[in-house]
Design a protein around this ligand. Structure first.
Ligand code: WTA
Length: 654
């Protein structure tokens, strides 16, 4: 890997000492009842991947059947299930209600303030149709982009489903992002409407959403309508003609809205994620392939049964929420838990209290959250009866073996298999994962590709490495693959399909394959930092920093962090006359929070009159990583001014 592509894998700096040789075969009683219990499933899917995916697509409800499973004549632009027509909301709602399951609970929703609601499939269908009619009454229809910037309330799912009902393309922005990020994402996608809430409740306090974005959205040319859900009763100011109260718009709308017949390849949603540059990438997913991928993986990876109470503790604003809170579970008719707030509010046992209350059987979260729970202490877990749990999942970053073992022992009572699921916004659905009734797990490994998926480790030249480390690549198309970057097809090709050719997807992760063919994800190979499972690009944070008048230059790197996997370390050169002190550090942290969101605030900062650069002026990030880690410096022969490094080292030594 070239200098700037060396990885700072989040597993690397953690408990490397605690590598366990222990392996965990599926418990026999689990295997006996598992949805996937025949190991031949891998071979069959491998022998004819198209037939395998076709069999899953056939389980969906089609308005018009598809003609061809896969058209891969123009890689990397895949077309799946061509000629077919279907509607995602009809698959997620109508068909369950029509089958007599209208009273089935789709979500046990719990607000942070203790409010509880049982959201049935019939209620979701009714609200979705009303919201769809509300959107239509504003002139929003097929192909229009609708932003969604919401807390974790049932209306967030309704908003997404209502878009799919009429063929509008939703563009969800995580509720923790700042006004600036919302505006950028609305602007680049040309959003016509934005659905938001008055406020989000977090740790007992309402934090304004609508009012916070108001000044910034005023100048958006394409944005015609803002729809505001009342979450906290805070009555934000409304702009006449542009702003609408959800309760009035949706409440007053008709309850019958036939689902729009969508082409298999019609766009379903876009979701912006961080890449190597400051400009976020609008990952575009389409209708039939995405729904097929999330349905199959949700059913098999989570071993979903009719009586399960499934809980994915992610946020709807990330791909995990899209695929495994909304579309996968609803397409499969699951009963889920949806929780609005912080895991430790009002106390550190909040999650386990909820899991006990609803009798959760499946629980899916991120390693960072597991490490936080470890820190808070096992007593919070032990207070509650979690004996109904039968399966645990992990996603978003490499899980260090110590956290894996703690999760297994303390949350899973030693009896629940753990599925460590590797995937990305771009892949739409889980790609590398155990099947819990079949796969022997090794703590820290996401194990093997899902049936039908082909993954390889490639060296710099693109040659396959049978055992060892290199670039992770997916070497065969799959139905839920991103189709393009919204309105940027060249960038799509350039980013993912150039390095190893147009039919090999370059993941952007470094990984290792062991003697059993198990994959171990190391970390990113691009300038993306994974903080608590959230993707941020170094450039994004750097441009936020340099937009502050007191900053002349900034370089940002990811460093291993015990709690968050990776943390952001910023090296900053203050502008002339400014002193780099604690006060400036606090000011800059606030500034980044305002520009991007709190999650992007640098954890550590160092100030210097200059940054270590090559003679051609390129910042040497590799040296910054060495400096941050307090390690001996690697090759410094190309360094322009060695004194800069010394001053930084001195500063960090104190
Ligand atoms: C990382 C989240 C190790 C990886 C679903 C990937 C993981 C990026 C795992 C995608 C895992 C995700 N083990 N690393 N189980 N899952 N990652 O798009 O670096 O937010 O490329 O999707 O997270 O992040 P994204």
């Amino acid at each position: 890997m070239s200098e700037d592509q060396s990885t700072a894998g989040s597993d690397g700096g953690l408990d490397v000492l605690l590598r366990t040789e222990q392996t965990f075969p599926p418990p026999p009683e689990f295997a006996a009842q598992a949805n996937a219990s025949d190991p031949g499933i891998y071979e069959r899917a491998d022998a004819d991947p198209e037939a395998w995916w076709g069999s899953w697509a056939e389980k969906l409800e089609w308005i018009e059947p598809f003609d061809e499973i896969l058209d891969w004549s123009d890689p990397p632009f895949a077309k799946w299930f061509t000629g077919g027509k279907l509607n995602v909301s009809a698959n997620c709602l109508d068909r369950h209600v029509a089958a007599g399951d209208g009273d089935r609970v789709a979500y046990y929703w719990e607000g942070e303030d203790g409010t509880r609601k049982e959201i049935t499939y019939a209620w979701l269908l009714e609200q979705t149709q009303k919201a769809a009619n509300g959107l239509k009454s504003l002139g929003i229809g097929k192909g229009d982009v609708v932003g969604v910037y919401m807390p974790m309330v049932p209306e967030a799912a309704v908003a997404m489903l209502a878009c799919t009902r009429i063929g509008a393309i939703h563009n969800v922005v995580f509720g923790g992002f700042s006004a600036g990020s919302v505006v950028e994402r609305m602007e680049v996608s040309g959003a016509k409407a934005l659905i938001t809430a008055d406020a989000t409740l977090r740790r007992g306090k309402p934090t304004p959403m609508k009012e916070a974005i108001d000044p910034a959205i005023a100048d958006l040319e394409t944005l015609e309508h803002v729809i505001v859900v009342d979450r906290a009763g805070s009555n934000p100011p409304m702009t006449e003609g542009r702003d609408h109260r959800w309760e009035e718009l949706v409440g007053g709308a008709g309850g019958d809205c036939p689902p729009e017949p969508m082409d298999s390849e019609d766009p379903l949603f876009i979701l912006y994620t961080s890449g190597s540059t400051a400009k976020p990438k609008g990952i575009q997913h389409t209708t039939a392939g995405y729904l097929t991928g999330v349905t199959a993986t949700h059913k098999l990876v989570f071993d979903l049964k009719d009586d399960d109470v499934y809980w994915c503790a992610a946020d709807i604003g990330w791909i995990t929420g899209h695929s495994y809170i909304v579309y996968g579970p609803l397409a499969n008719g699951a009963t889920s838990v949806m929780y609005e707030g912080a895991p430790n509010y009002p106390a550190e046992d909040r999650w386990w209290e909820i899991a006990e209350r609803y009798g959760a059987t499946i629980f899916y979260t991120a390693p960072t959250a597991i490490r936080a729970c470890m820190k808070w202490g096992v007593e919070h877990v032990e207070k509650h009866d979690l004996s109904k749990l039968r399966l645990l999942g992990s996603v978003g970053e490499p899980i260090n073996p110590r956290a894996w073992l703690w999760y297994h022992e303390n949350v899973g009572g030693g009896r629940c298999p753990i599925v460590d699921t590797w995937w990305q916004t771009e892949t739409g659905a889980i790609m590398i994962t155990p099947l819990p009734g079949l796969t022997t797990t090794k703590p820290g490994s996401a194990t093997v590709p899902f049936p039908g998926i082909e993954a390889k480790i490639l060296d710099e030249s693109g040659a396959e490495i049978a055992e060892g480390g290199g670039h992770l690549a997916l070497t065969r198309p799959w139905p839920s693959m991103a189709r393009t970057l919204y309105q940027e097809p060249e960038r799509f090709v350039e980013t993912y399909w150039k390095r190893f050719g147009p039919d090999t997807y370059q993941v952007g992760d470094a990984a290792r394959i062991d003697e059993d063919g198990y994959f171990w994800i190391v970390g990113r190979t691009d300038d993306v930092i994974n903080v608590s499972g959230h993707r941020l690009s170094t450039m994004e944070v750097e441009s936020a920093l340099v937009s502050h008048p007191k900053v002349a230059e900034a370089a940002v790197i990811g460093v291993p962090d015990e709690d968050t996997g990776q943390a952001i370390f910023a090296f900053v050169t203050p502008s002339g006359g400014t002193v780099g002190d604690d006060e400036l550090e606090a000011e800059l942290r606030d500034h980044v929070a305002e520009k991007i969101g709190k999650l992007a605030r640098p954890k550590q900062m160092a100030f210097a009159d200059d940054l270590p650069k090559t003679r051609s002026g390129k910042i040497m990030r590799r040296l910054l990583r060495d400096i941050a880690a307090g390690e001996e410096l690697g090759d410094v022969s190309t360094l322009r001014d060695p004194e800069v490094v010394e001053s930084l080292q001195k500063q960090l030594a104190v």
